[in-house]
Structures are given as structure tokens and as C-alpha cells.
Design a binder for this molecule. Structure first.
Ligand code: CTP
Length: 450
């Protein structure tokens, strides 16, 4: 019996795939099809595969051409599979010519002519196009535009800026000083205006029937945030927090590990986020144009606290040191939470520097994420006996921003809420910032320049 093996993503199965599978089958008597796992696709740079692994497997099964279907999960697996299943022929389409010649050592390699004029990428981009606009500050804009280019089906077509001086940055995008004009022309907006403007900017967009991706905090008052979510729900629009860390695979996995009891019961979550890059302590900096430490960092630092321990804390104390109280600019802020059976702390600063690590303490071990934990691809689970320690590595591309854009556009397309940051977490982030602004549960320490 001649055994043939072939691999692919098989997203939105099309006739190019079917023709390939037919010809692969015809090369022998028994066909094994390897379907790539979502994580493996991510590491290969295929980030906006539309269908889940199960859906893709089902589609391949439905062709009736595969005698066996396996999942491809890791680099180098092909050699393992060829040996394990005693494969005679490895085959893929001609777009891969030369790439798999190294397998000749294990079996015969056949490149079949690719069917012209069709690919999953084309089907995906024909399906749907999301035209996005951006409103807000420059540094983030450039990153977002760059990352959006990796996501097919999404195009940033316009930017709302205070003055039209930055046109050279973006080639053929249109620029306007008028937010209403931007909203007229797009399906969705990414909002990175100053936090004081978020509520108005989000509301205007929702009123015009546009989906919104907004840097957290979405508003400065819990009641406003609640209103915006209710408003979006009524109108069937997506309103999503843009917290890129939530979309880093390593971060997602460590939250799952913590919740699944791998380190026993979690007793403490401690997160630190600091950066001096914004230069707020440099003399002469216009602080009115800057986000304070709380708005800039607390949404990220609070994420593991609320996602691991929940939002039902009993007590919190916010200790802060202002750089300039008249413009609500905190140099450094620390928040301590007490839960029924756990504690948590966050430390955020734009005018102080510390080790940006995340530690989740459990009764049998702890999770350690080295600095800068908010854009990490790596973490460790450590125990009393170091022999039991485990290291985890997950590739992170574009700091999570491109996965965040994929998630946003998929939610719009599928019309279902798949946001990784729940409305409850989002609203509790806003509540903490509201309390900071109204000096509720706040202790101020010496106000002088640091
Ligand atoms: N294939 C083919 N003809 C096509 C498209 C794909 O023969 N028009 C083959 C590929 O060469 C590969 C298999 O089908 O052996 C699975 O390909 P996959 O990467 O899943 O599909 P693509 O349509 O190429 O996907 P994408 O556009 O995301 O790269």
C-alpha cells in the first residue's frame, strides 16, 4: 500500500484545495492530511485564519478524500509523522517548490501544480472589507497602521488629526481635522485620543453606526462606560477595549494556567508597569498633552489582577505621588487590593522606573513573567523543587496589536462578542480611574518633582 501525506491550513476550503487533495490521493492508496493547528499557523505568520481548527478538519473530512486526518502542531513534525505512519510520498502544491526537499531523506517528495486563480487569502479578502479610521495621537497611529497591514480584510483609510502636517507618514490615506467627516467614510474607528475625549469620541461613532476599538479606559466614569456598552449592544455594534497585552499568546496562556490550579490557589497577583519614555519629568514638557501614569498604564497592570482574581475585591487603597496635581499628572501610583482570600497590587509610573515584572503567587508555586511582561513571549512556572519548573514560550508578533485587530474584525464579521477583555473587566478598569480622579480611596504622598 502506498501512503501519501499532505499538509495545509484549509481555511474556507476552496476548489484549489479539493483538486490538490484529489491529485494527492491519486498518487497512492492511502491519504493522510495534516491540518495546521491555530497556534502553529500564528507562528507561521498566518494570523487571520477565519475558521477554527475543528471547522477546517470537518471541511477536509467532508471531501471524503482523506483516509486519516492529523493535526500539525510543531516545527519538524513532518519528519515525525512520515516515520510514524510509514509514509511513502510527501506532497504539497507547487507554491512550496524546494521548501520540502529536505524530506527526500525520509520519503519521496512530489510538488503538484497549484490551481491558478484561487487562494484562501483571496476568498477571505473578497468576503469582507473593514474600512477603518483612526483618531488620536501620532506614536500609536503609526504602529497601528503598520500592524493593520498584516490583517487581510482590514484597511486603515483615514486619519483624524489636529493639523494636516503628517501626511507623508501614510501614503494614500486621507486626512481630516473633522471627526464627523472621518466617521462618514469608515465602518469602524480606532480611538487613541486623550482619555478625557474617549466618551464623546466613542459615543459619536456609535451614534453614526460605527464599530469602535478604543484604547482603555473607554471613558472616565463607570456610568458613562456602562452607557456606552449598553448603547453598542442595542445597535448591534462592537465596542472593544484596545489592550494589546490581552492578545499576547503567552499572557493568555499564563492566565489559563493560573486559573486551572497549576500553582495551587492563587493568593497574590503583583504587576508592575513603568516607563520613562514619555519624558513627563523633563522640564518644559507640556503635561496637558500627555496621558498620566494611571491612564497610560493602569488598564494594562489591572488586567491580570481582574482576569485572575475577578473584580469582586473587598477593599483597595490607591497611593499616589503627583508630579503636577493641577493637571492630574501622577508620577507614580500604587494600588493594593484585598479579596476574600487573596491580595493584589499594581505599581504604575511614568516618572519612576522599576522592574516591569508580573508575579502570580499560588499555594504550590508561582508564575514569573520577566520585564516587560506586557509584551512578553515567555514565562516560567516555578516550584519549591526547581526540577519541576517549566518554561513556556509563545511567539509574539507586533506586540499583540495585529491579533487585537484580527479579533476586532472577526467580532464585527461574526456578529458575536469574542472580546478577550470582558465588559466587566473594562468597566472595573474605568471605575479605578474614576476613583483615582475623584480621590476616592486615595492617599497622596509628598508632592514634589521626582
Ligand atoms: N493549494 C493549491 N492550489 C491553490 C491553493 C492551495 O494546490 N489554489 C494547495 C497548497 O499548495 C497546499 C494546500 O493546497 O498544498 C493547502 O494550502 P493552504 O495554504 O491551506 O491554502 P491557500 O489557499 O494557499 O491559503 P493562503 O491563501 O492562506 O496561503
Amino acid at each position: 500500500m502506498v501512503k501519501v501525506i499532505t499538509y495545509g491550513t484549509y481555511d474556507l476550503l476552496h476548489y484549489g484545495h479539493i483538486k490538490l487533495l484529489e491529485r494527492a490521493k491519486a498518487l497512492g492508496d492511502y491519504l493522510i492530511v495534516g491540518v495546521t493547528a491555530d497556534d502553529y499557523d500564528k507562528t507561521r505568520g498566518k494570523i487571520n485564519v477565519q475558521q477554527s481548527l475543528m471547522e477546517r478538519i470537518e471541511a477536509v473530512r467532508a471531501t471524503g478524500l482523506a483516509d486519516k486526518i492529523i493535526v500539525e502542531e510543531y516545527e519538524g513534525q513532518k519528519i515525525d509523522d512520515i516515520r510514524r505512519y510509514d509514509v511513502d510520498i510527501f506532497t504539497v502544491g507547487s507554491d512550496w517548490i524546494g521548501k520540502f526537499d529536505y524530506l527526500n531523506e525520509y520519503c519521496k517528495v512530489v510538488y503538484l501544480p497549484r490551481t491558478e486563480g484561487i487562494s484562501s487569502s483571496e476568498v477571505r479578502s473578497e468576503q469582507y472589507k473593514l474600512r477603518m479610521g483612526i483618531v488620536g495621537r501620532a506614536a500609536f497611529r503609526t504602529k497601528f497602521v503598520t500592524e493593520s497591514k498584516y490583517v487581510n480584510g482590514v484597511e486603515v483609510i483615514g486619519v483624524c488629526v489636529p493639523q494636516k502636517s503628517v501626511e507623508s507618514e501614510y501614503g494614500k490615506m486621507f486626512f481630516t481635522e473633522n471627526y464627523e467627516e472621518l466617521l462618514e467614510k469608515v465602518d469602524a474607528v480606532y480611538i487613541i485620543s486623550k482619555p478625557e475625549r474617549h466618551y464623546e469620541d466613542v459615543k459619536k461613532a456609535l451614534l453614526k453606526g460605527k464599530h469602535v476599538l478604543c484604547e482603555s479606559p473607554i471613558a472616565l466614569k463607570e456610568s458613562e462606560c456602562e452607557e456606552l456598552y449598553a448603547f453598542a449592544k442595542e445597535r448591534g455594534l462592537v465596542l472593544m477595549d484596545a489592550i494589546k497585552t490581552a492578545y499576547s499568546t503567552a499572557y493568555e496562556r499564563l492566565v489559563l494556567l493560573a486559573k486551572s490550579g497549576k500553582i495551587g490557589k492563587v493568593v497574590s497577583v503583583d504587576a508592575v508597569c513603568t516607563s520613562l519614555r514619555d519624558g513627563i519629568s523633563i522640564a518644559g514638557t507640556d503635561l496637558t498633552q500627555k496621558w498620566n501614569s494611571m491612564c497610560g498604564w493602569a488598564p494594562i497592570a489591572l488586567l491580570p489582577v481582574f482576569q485572575i482574581l475577578g473584580t469582586d475585591y473587598n477593599k483597595k487603597i490607591i497611593t499616589t505621588k503627583f508630579l503636577d496635581k493641577s493637571v492630574n499628572m501622577d508620577a507614580f501610583t500604587k494600588i493594593d487590593f484585598t479579596y476574600d482570600d487573596a491580595v493584589a497590587s499594581i505599581k504604575v509610573a511614568k516618572a519612576a522606573k522599576s522592574e516591569g515584572e508580573l508575579i502570580v503567587t499560588g499555594t504550590t508555586g508561582y508564575i514569573y513573567v520577566p520585564a516587560p511582561w506586557w509584551k512578553t513571549d515567555y514565562f516560567e512556572v516555578r516550584y519549591e523543587n526547581p526540577e519541576n519548573n517549566r518554561r513556556f514560550f509563545y511567539q509574539l508578533d507586533g506586540e499583540g496589536i495585529r491579533y487585537e485587530i484580527v479579533s476586532f474584525s472577526k467580532q464585527i464579521e461574526n456578529g458575536r462578542n469574542m472580546s478577550v477583555v470582558s465588559n466587566k473587566v473594562s468597566m472595573n478598569i474605568v471605575k479605578i480611574i474614576e476613583d483615582f480622579n475623584s480621590r476616592t480611596d486615595v492617599i497622596e504622598i509628598g508632592e514634589r518633582n521626582v
